[in-house]
Design a protein around this ligand. Structure first.
Ligand code: HEC
Ligand code: HEC
Length: 303
C-alpha cells in the first residue's frame, strides 16, 4: 500500500488520526463532567454586549449519542478497513481487490456469451445483433476517443467505415491490428527528393494521381522523383498494406489534403501509432470488436 521506504509517514498519518479521535472523546467527556451551577433564570452569569446572556442548556441527549456513535464508528472503521497509515485493516479489503473481483465475476458471467462468438466465423459474428451491441459498447469505451464515436476518424486517425485500409481490411488483418497495434512510419524524404522546388513538384505529382487540382507542369517534373516514394507507396501511388503506406491515388487523405499538407509530409515524415490492445482486452473481446469494425464497410448490419 505504501510506496515509502520507511514507516515515518505511515505513523504520522496513523497518529494524527488516532489523536484527533481521542481528542474528540476527551472534549466530550470534559464538557459532560463540568457542572455549571445555574442561577434561578437558567443563565450562567456571562453577559456580553450589555444584555446578551448565556443560557445553561445541556446538549440534547441525541446529539451526545450521535457524537459517541461517530467516535465508535470511526475507531471501528479504522480497525476493519485500511485508513490508519499502512495498516491494512482486519478485513484485508482494497479497492484493487474489489475491482479485480468484480472484473473476474463479469468475465465469468460473460464467458458463455463470448464462447459462442469465438467459435463463429467473424463474418457471421458481424451479422449477430447481440455481438454488434457488445461491439458498439466496447468501441465506445476503448476506441471512440481516437476514431470518433461514429468510427469515421479525423486527421491522423483513420476512418474505419470506408473500404480504404492502411493495413488491410480482412477480419484477420483487423484482429491483428487491434491485438498487436500498428505503427505507421514515413521517414522525412526531402533529402532523397532534392531541392524544395523538387519537393513541391513531387507533391503536385501526388495530387495528380487522384485527379485533385494541381499544377500539371510541376507534376510532370515531379514524376521521376516519385521513384523514391514508390518503394513504399507503390508505382502510381496505389499504396502498400504490408508497410501501412496509404493509397495516394484515391481522394482519402489521412493527414490533410492539398499541396501544403503533402509538402509537410515529405519534409517532416510521420510516426503514427495505434496502441496494441492485447492484455487490455481479451481475445474474445477483440474478435467481437474486429467483426464490429469489419461490419462498417461490409454492410453486415443488413444481412
Ligand atoms: C490512442 C488512439 C487510438 C486508440 C485508442 C485506438 N486507435 Fe485504432 N488507430 C489509431 C491510429 C493513429 C491508427 C493509424 C495507425 C497508422 O497510421 O498506421 C489506427 C489504426 C487502426 C486500424 C487500422 C485501420 C487501417 O486503415 O488499416 C484499425 C482497424 C483500428 N485502428 C481499430 C481500433 C479499434 C477497434 C480500437 C479500440 C480497441 C482502436 N483502434 C483504438 C489510433 C487509435
Ligand atoms: C518508408 C516508406 C515510405 C516512403 C519511402 C514514403 N512514404 Fe509516404 N507514407 C508512408 C507511411 C507508412 C505513411 C502513413 C503514415 C501513417 O501511418 O500515418 C505515409 C503517408 C504519406 C502521405 C499521407 C497520405 C494521407 O492519406 O494523408 C503522403 C502524402 C505521403 N506519404 C507521400 C509520400 C511521398 C511524396 C513520398 C516520397 C517523397 C513518400 N511518401 C515516401 C511510408 C512511406
Amino acid at each position: 500500500m505504501s510506496d515509502f521506504i520507511n514507516h515515518f509517514w505511515s505513523n504520522y498519518v496513523a497518529i494524527i488520526s488516532l489523536v484527533s479521535i481521542f481528542a474528540c472523546a476527551l472534549l466530550l467527556w470534559l464538557t459532560a463532567r463540568k457542572r455549571v451551577v445555574a442561577s434561578a433564570d437558567n443563565t450562567t452569569g456571562h453577559v456580553w454586549d450589555e444584555d446578551l446572556r448565556e443560557a445553561n442548556n445541556p446538549l440534547p441527549l441525541w446529539w451526545v449519542g450521535l457524537f459517541v456513535l461517530t467516535i465508535v464508528f470511526g475507531l471501528g472503521y479504522l480497525f476493519v478497513f485500511p485508513g490508519l497509515g499502512s495498516f491494512k485493516g482486519q478485513s484485508d479489503w482494497s479497492s484493487r481487490s474489489e475491482y479485480e473481483g468484480a472484473m473476474a465475476q463479469a468475465a465469468q458471467e460473460l464467458a458463455p456469451v463470448y464462447a459462442k462468438y469465438v467459435a463463429m466465423p467473424l463474418e457471421e459474428v458481424a451479422r449477430d445483433p447481440q455481438a454488434r451491441a457488445i461491439g458498439e459498447r466496447l468501441f465506445m469505451n476503448n476506441c471512440a476517443q481516437c476514431h470518433g464515436s461514429d468510427a469515421r476518424g479525423s486527421k491522423g486517425f483513420p476512418n474505419l467505415t470506408d473500404k480504404d485500409w492502411l493495413h488491410g481490411g480482412t477480419p484477420e488483418k483487423i484482429v491483428e491490428t487491434i491485438t498487436k497495434g500498428r505503427i505507421g512510419v514515413m521517414p522525412p524524404m526531402a533529402a532523397a527528393v532534392g531541392t524544395p522546388d523538387d519537393v513541391k513538384n513531387v507533391a503536385n505529382y501526388v495530387l495528380s494521381l487522384s485527379g485533385e487540382p494541381h499544377d500539371s507542369l510541376r507534376a510532370g517534373l515531379g514524376k521521376s522523383k516519385f521513384t523514391a516514394c514508390a518503394a513504399c507507396h507503390g508505382i502510381g501511388g496505389v499504396g502498400n498494406q504490408a508497410v501501412g503506406a496509404p493509397n495516394l491515388s484515391d481522394r482519402i487523405w489521412l493527414h490533410g489534403y492539398g499541396e501544403a499538407a503533402i509538402v509537410q509530409m515529405i519534409n517532416a515524415g510521420k510516426h503514427n501509432e495505434m496502441p496494441p490492445q492485447e492484455g487490455r482486452l481479451s481475445d474474445a473481446q477483440i474478435r467481437v470488436l474486429a467483426s464490429y469494425v469489419w461490419g462498417f464497410s461490409n454492410n453486415a448490419a443488413t444481412p
